[in-house]
Write a protein that binds this ligand. Sequence first.
Ligand code: NAD
Length: 457
Amino acid sequence: MTGLTHHLNAMRSFFNTGVTRSADFRKQQLLQLKESILKYEEALNNALYEDLHKNKEEVWITETGMVLSEIATALKELKNWMEPRNVPTNLANLPGKSFLYYEPLGVVLIIAPWNYPFQLLFMPLVGAIAAGNCVVLKPSELASATEKVMGRIIEEAFDPAYILYAPGEGATMIPELMDNFHYDHVFYTGSTAVGKIIYQKAAASLTPVTLELGGKSPCLVTPNASLKVAARRIINIKFSNAGQMCIAPDYVLAHRSIKKEFIRLLKETITKFYGDQPIASYDFGRIINKKHFFRLKALMAEQEIIHGGEHNEEQLFIAPTIIDEPSMDAPVMKEEIFGPLLPVIGYETDEEITSCIRRNENPLAFYIFTGNKKEAERWLREIPFGGGCVNNAATHYLNKHLPFGGRGNSGTGHYHGKFSFETFSHVKGILKTTTWPDIPLAYPSLKGKLGTFKKII
Ligand code: NAD
């Protein structure tokens, strides 16, 4: 038995003791987690700057603040979430009573990517702890400074038989983690390509999965939009973390009547936010590594660059870049961009919008900018996608009352707030009946009772 299998078996035994089931235990662990995060807040800020050039304000908004807020919600709501929920009972089962019981799944595996390396590992962790599970955490190896700090946070706060931190290179670590142990759930965030590997491995043991994947998220800007606000909000999100955000607008579809003016506003806003020298900007990030730097450089090749395009390999810097009218067959319109390149495509008709979006799989997010409520409503219903916003981009992610997730190629399942608790719980449907009255209607013989059954069922 390898050391890792020994650890995983120890987790199973620990879960089977039932210790994680009580509300008090779960609360205690959430408080412990909070304390450890706060202790390492400064170290996290430094590590995220080292890995991605994130400033401490951005780290608070998109990483630590989000996780601490999720912990606060779980602490406040836990008792309520754990209570069996009373639901209506059908006529045939009266005078019985019906309930939903939430129980922990067991030992779960959480796998995270590098773009928000802390938040995307710890947000699901909060849900998994709140739901009473033991957790194996597999961080991304690419955000290596953050990976080390997260290890200290977890290992100081928890016994490895309860929460096990398992860093390492994905291609070798995932088989080690998944091939010899049966998890009760696997929660994966990352690329669609690796998502397929995870899904196949989980399928071998019929392990349920949540897959938080990627895709090309369109931004539709109609002639009814407030163009200034749309430009500000699209630029703010698209170039946050240098575009390395799963729900960043991937490309803009702008109506031809407003496209020229909209591009002028996009350019003006980029300069306003990041200055004439974005490489020197406090607010502009860096590409995670050379592989992604060269991938993005290749996406820019042979494109009509109308703003930006500058890059610096040594600093892993690519300027906020606007690409005009790329061919639909160019890689930049076929792959998820995941970097600071923003294609803008003009459209004239509704058919052009749908045919452009349908060239790729269901997007993770969709954003429509319009002052016309009917128009917004129509597009929200017309396009299949994970989640999205009207007159904004990505901010739906920040509302814990909204489930976050994709559909099909962009993901399966969802989380955040109570949805995380549900994702990491099994819900048992329970009918409680009394021994009196013991109505003989359903007992044999059924002969001659069809009319009565038709009335009550
Ligand atoms: P990735 O798939 O390369 O890595 C994610 C995790 O999988 C890492 O922990 C990594 O170690 C592991 N891994 C990598 N290669 C593996 C392999 N061959 N076998 C097993 N495991 C392996 O993803 P990434 O590059 O870190 O993240 C970028 C992608 O993630 C983008 O597509 C983005 O849209 C998506 N993403 C989605 C969300 C979301 O919430 N839906 C959030 C962030 C990122």
